[in-house]
Write a protein that binds this ligand. Structure first.
Ligand code: 6PG
Length: 275
């Protein structure tokens, strides 16, 4: 009998995501881009539209570069793709810290996603008009509700692909360990500036259970600095409030790691290395 995540040997593959270990960060980004392209294409074929939540940090840039490359750009029906963000920082739209900016620069100039389907969290507009982070969260809830997505039993919308990186503390989106977002069912929430992790600016974040409701969570992690947190996420199960990244450790998800990030992955889970 299996005893998933108990740290003693037997993991039940049926309760785990697919885990791919690639030799380099570049190979991991390429694999992620291929998986995202396939999933978006399949969602459009199945439901007429694909809803993709993308991320910030350093993870998405190299993935966008692969998506606009010759191999993938023309394989995705971009005109039926809706783009959303898992979180945004409280900075101007033109600030290098903006999670949306890298997407405009590296992806959206080269693929024909209609403007009305690019659902940026409207932080820039709020700053210009003197509104606060709560108003942005409210506006984003309205936008998400307008997409009329199916909701799961817990009341959260099922987006097709939810791409995320993982913070070195195990955060997911801008849901940090101990976050109060769990106590409020609002789909999108304002988060005060973290004091333990950069950049120390306020954020707007999706509720962590939106990762739980995703049709396909895709987590991409590279570098030895993340090895310990990846090892902890795939160790004995903890309370996700202490370790939000656990929300993506579930069937139907894909974790794409480079060798360095996978260094502390339990050996039972290293069955899917691509060398
Ligand atoms: C943010 C993020 C955050 C990020 C992780 C991983 O706005 O800071 O969206 O959740 O995805 O911290 O960051 P890296 O991609 O840089 O590893």
């Amino acid at each position: 009998m299996s005893d998933p995540g108990r740290g003693g040997g037997a993991w039940d593959a049926a309760l785990e995501p697919e885990i791919l270990v690639l030799p380099t960060p570049a190979a991991a980004s390429r694999e992620a881009a291929q998986r995202i392209a396939l999933a978006l294409t399949a969602a459009v074929a199945a439901r007429g539209a694909a809803h993709w939540v993308t991320t910030g940090g350093s993870t998405p840039g190299p993935i966008y570069r692969h998506l606009v490359g010759d191999e993938l750009r023309t394989t995705v029906p971009w005109s039926d793709v809706h783009l959303w963000w898992g979180d945004e920082r409280w900075v101007a739209a033109s600030d290098v810290l903006s999670n949306a900016l890298v997407c405009w620069d590296l992806l959206l100039r080269d693929v024909p996603v209609p403007l009305e389907q690019i659902h940026v969290m409207p932080v820039g507009a709020a700053l210009e008009s003197g509104k606060g982070p709560e108003a942005v969260a409210e506006a984003y809830i309205t936008a998400l509700r307008g997409a009329k997505l199916d909701v799961d039993a817990a009341g959260f919308p099922g987006l097709d692909v939810v791409l995320a990186g993982i913070g070195s503390d195990g955060h997911l989106f801008s849901v940090f360990p101990g976050s109060s977002t769990w106590d409020d069912p609002a789909w999108v929430q304002a988060v005060p500036a973290p004091t333990h992790i950069s950049p120390r600016v306020a954020r707007i974040t999706l509720h962590p259970l939106i990762m739980g409701a995703a049709r396909m969570p895709v987590v991409v992690v590279s570098g030895g600095a993340k090895a310990a947190i990846v090892g902890r996420i795939f160790g004995p199960r903890e309370d996700p409030r202490d370790l939000p990244g656990l929300l993506a450790r579930r069937p139907g998800g894909i974790w794409i790691l480079d060798d360095a990030a996978a260094a502390e992955l339990p050996s039972e889970l290293r069955g899917t290395s691509i060398e």
